[in-house]
Every structure is written in structure tokens, then in C-alpha cells.
Design a protein around this ligand. Structure first.
Ligand SMILES: *Cc1c(COP(=O)(O)O)cnc(C)c1O
Length: 402
């Protein structure tokens, strides 16, 4: 390989390190859970997984994966349209559609692929995509691959969304699609889907939502942000297109989906490149995901416990003297503002047995550094009490709280 390129890469890496932006990975030697042990033997209360419902290592989910492995094998060695579609995959697509209140659903290897392969097959030059400026990277990339004209509105700003809708209409766009994260992962902000739906209706636009941080627990029965915002009526979704992941609350392995009208899903099966040109989801994930949907459809106990844990933690960490981003989502950003302080706090928490990661520029705006904590139904009250005590101690030591 070219020595010039290697030298160039070494320089890039050194600059990333100097800027304090180098991401190192901590190695865990246990299954994902409320408590994890790192490879160097430390037991940590885990406040930074997307394991919202505690299903990542749930016995029923693991058993269903074993069973699917036994009955359907390890891998499909094929894409879906050649010889990669099993009954399990068809069942899972039907169950996801039923759970979300759409006509149909299509599976992908990841939500990144669902978003990456969504826009280009559906919309062309005559159309318009209007998106929130803070949408997830996979949505941004997916939109880049599509020839539709683009508008971006200021984050969560309904007046600016309306401006974009008006401009798109005046430009003579054939179809207009508004697309947003249901929940934004840096702040835990929940999109105002009811207001966005009303604006879309006024301007004749379709609405699409990425539900990665919502499916399984937002709303009274965990269907997602559409349920939370009153857009699930008689079990039918008033959001036109929903993308989501199996890699967060819904079991935490991997896999993604797009749910929506039958014709949308049908066309994606014909034309969506990550679907056509990438291997079928592992059968064990399909089998386990069916068990996840059974589990959370039988009872709301897990999402209810998550809600209780979230409410308790938000109040306790505030009483411990910290400032958090207000809201009711299990993403609880603890604001430190200063990037160095945020790193020091995260490092001290680790010593005190709490795993919580600092986020700073460029992941969040400059001067907005924070520790992002995430609650889980797997957390027990005693673990959360210990975590808050550790925050209090580290915060006092670092002069962050009084
Ligand atoms: C995590 C996430 C994704 C990617 O999900 P994967 O299934 O891991 O690819 C996409 N969109 C949003 C909003 C996410 O939070």
C-alpha cells in the first residue's frame, strides 16, 4: 500500500487524538445488561445501552433465537429474492406491520439500510423531501442518494417546517415527503408529530418517521411516537411511512424495517438497493424478534417499568444538583457544557462503577458537552440509587454540583 497514504492516515489519526475526538472502545466480556463486566474485570452499572426494555439478554428472547437456530439454521446465504425468504421473515414482516398499524413491512439488515434505501426508489426529480436538520446520519445519507429537491427545517421548528412546505408547493413539486426522527437521540426530544401531521395534511404532504428510539416503548402500549402523539387510531397509523430498528429496544441484535402502505413496501422489494443487494436477516434474529413482539404485546409491564425508572432517575439526578434536558424520554442528557469536564466526569464515574459516556463536539454543538444516560427496564431501583450516588460524589469532587 502507498506509504504516502499510510503517512497521511497516521497524521489524520494523530489530529483526531489531539483534538480529543478519538473514540476508543471499551471491551465488555458479558452479555449486554443492567450490569456489565469489562474485559479487565470491572463490574459497571450500565447507563449507556439502547437496551430500553432489557430484552438484549432476556431468557425468552434468547430461547427463541436458539429455537430458530435449531429449526431454520444459521444463515441464509442469499438475498431475499433469490432463495433467502423463510416463513419466519414473512411472519415477522406481518407482525411488525400489525404492531405499528401499517399495511405491510419490509426487513433490512439494519435501520441504516432501511433509511439508506427508502428515498431513492420512491421519489424523483419532480418531488420534494423536507427534513429536520438534526435527523440521523442514515436519513441524511438516504436523502443524498435521491434526486428529489431538498428542504431542511430548523430542528423541531414548526414555523420553519411550514415555510419549507410552502416553498416546496410553490416550486411545483409533484409529491412532498416530510421526514423526521420520532425521537432525537442526543437530547431525547420527541418530535411534535401531531403538529407535523396537521401541517402535512394542510399542504398535501406525506409523513415519514424514523422510530429507532421509540418502537417498543413510546406510547401507552409501546407502539411508538405515533401512539404517544395520538396518531395511532383504532390500531391504524396516521404516519405514512415508519422506519425502525430491531437493534435497540426490540431485542438489540440487529436488523431494521420500513413499514407503510402495501405499494410502498412492494416497490421497495423491487427497487431498494440495500434490500436487493445485501444478505437476508439471520433466521435466529427473525425468530427472536417474533418472541419480542409477543412479549411486549402480551403485557406493557416492561415499558411501564421503563417509565417508572425514567421518572425516578430524572427526579433523583436533578435533586443531586445536576441539570438535565427536560422531558420524559429514557434518554436523559446530563448537561456539563465543558467537553473536558464531561470527559473527567465520565472517567470518574467509571472508577466508581458507573458506565456513562460523555458526548461533545462534533456529536453535539460546541459548549453543549454532556453525559448521555439511558434508562432500561432492566435497571433495579437499587442500581439506579447507586448510580445517582456515584454521580453526586463525582460531581462534588469535580465542582460540578454544590
Ligand atoms: C440507531 C439509529 C439508526 C440505525 O439503526 P441500526 O439498525 O443500528 O442501523 C437509524 N436511525 C436512528 C434515529 C437511530 O437512532
Amino acid at each position: 500500500m502507498s506509504t504516502e497514504l499510510i503517512a497521511h492516515l497516521q497524521q489524520e489519526l494523530a489530529q483526531t487524538r489531539e483534538a480529543g475526538l478519538f473514540k476508543s472502545e471499551r471491551v465488555i466480556a458479558t452479555p449486554q445488561g443492567a450490569v456489565v463486566r469489562t474485559a479487565d474485570g470491572r463490574e459497571l452499572i450500565n447507563l449507556c445501552a439502547n437496551n430500553y426494555l432489557g430484552l438484549s439478554s432476556h431468557p425468552r428472547v434468547v430461547a427463541a433465537a436458539h429455537e430458530a437456530l435449531r429449526t431454520h439454521g444459521y444463515g441464509m446465504s442469499s438475498v431475499r429474492f433469490i432463495c433467502g425468504t423463510q416463513d419466519l421473515h414473512k411472519q415477522l414482516e406481518a407482525r411488525i406491520a400489525q404492531f405499528l398499524g401499517t399495511e405491510d413491512a419490509i426487513l433490512y439488515a439494519a435501520a441504516f439500510d432501511a433509511n439508506g434505501g427508502l428515498f431513492e426508489p420512491l421519489l424523483g426529480e419532480q418531488d420534494a423531501i423536507i427534513s429536520d436538520e438534526l435527523n440521523h446520519a442514515s436519513i441524511i445519507d438516504g436523502i443524498r442518494l435521491c434526486k428529489a429537491k431538498r428542504w431542511r427545517y430548523k430542528h423541531n421548528d414548526m414555523a420553519d417546517l411550514e415555510r419549507c412546505l410552502r416553498e416546496a408547493s410553490e416550486s411545483g413539486a409533484r409529491f412532498k415527503l416530510v421526514f423526521t426522527d420520532g425521537v432525537f437521540s442526543m437530547d431525547g426530544t420527541v418530535a411534535q408529530l401531531d403538529r407535523i401531521r396537521a401541517l402535512c395534511d394542510q399542504h398535501g404532504a406525506l409523513l415519514g418517521v424514523d422510530e429507532c428510539h421509540a418502537s417498543g416503548f413510546m406510547g401507552a402500549t409501546g407502539r411508538g411516537t405515533h401512539e404517544h402523539r395520538g396518531l395511532l387510531m383504532g390500531g391504524k397509523s396516521r404516519v405514512d411511512i415508519i422506519t425502525g430498528t430491531l437493534g435497540k429496544a426490540l431485542g438489540g441484535a440487529s436488523g431494521g424495517f420500513t413499514a407503510g402502505p402495501r405499494e410502498v413496501v412492494e416497490l421497495l422489494r423491487q427497487r431498494s438497493r440495500p434490500y436487493l443487494f445485501s444478505n437476508t436477516l439471520m433466521p435466529a434474529i427473525a425468530g427472536a424478534s417474533l418472541a419480542v413482539l409477543d412479549l411486549i404485546s402480551e403485557s406493557t409491564a416492561l415499558r411501564d417499568k421503563l417509565e417508572v425508572n425514567t421518572r425516578w432517575f430524572r427526579q433523583a439526578i436533578t435533586e443531586a444538583g445536576f441539570e438535565i434536558k427536560p422531558g420524559d424520554h429514557p434518554i436523559v442528557p446530563i448537561m456539563v457544557y465543558d467537553a473536558v469536564k464531561a470527559q473527567q466526569l465520565s472517567a470518574r464515574l467509571l472508577e466508581l462503577g458507573v458506565y456513562a459516556v460523555g458526548f461533545f463536539f462534533p456529536v453535539v454543538p460546541k459548549g453543549q458537552a454532556r453525559i448521555r444516560t439511558q434508562l432500561s427496564a432492566a435497571h433495579e431501583p437499587e442500581q439506579l440509587q447507586r448510580a445517582v450516588a456515584a454521580f453526586r460524589q463525582a460531581g462534588l469532587e469535580l465542582g460540578l454540583v454544590k
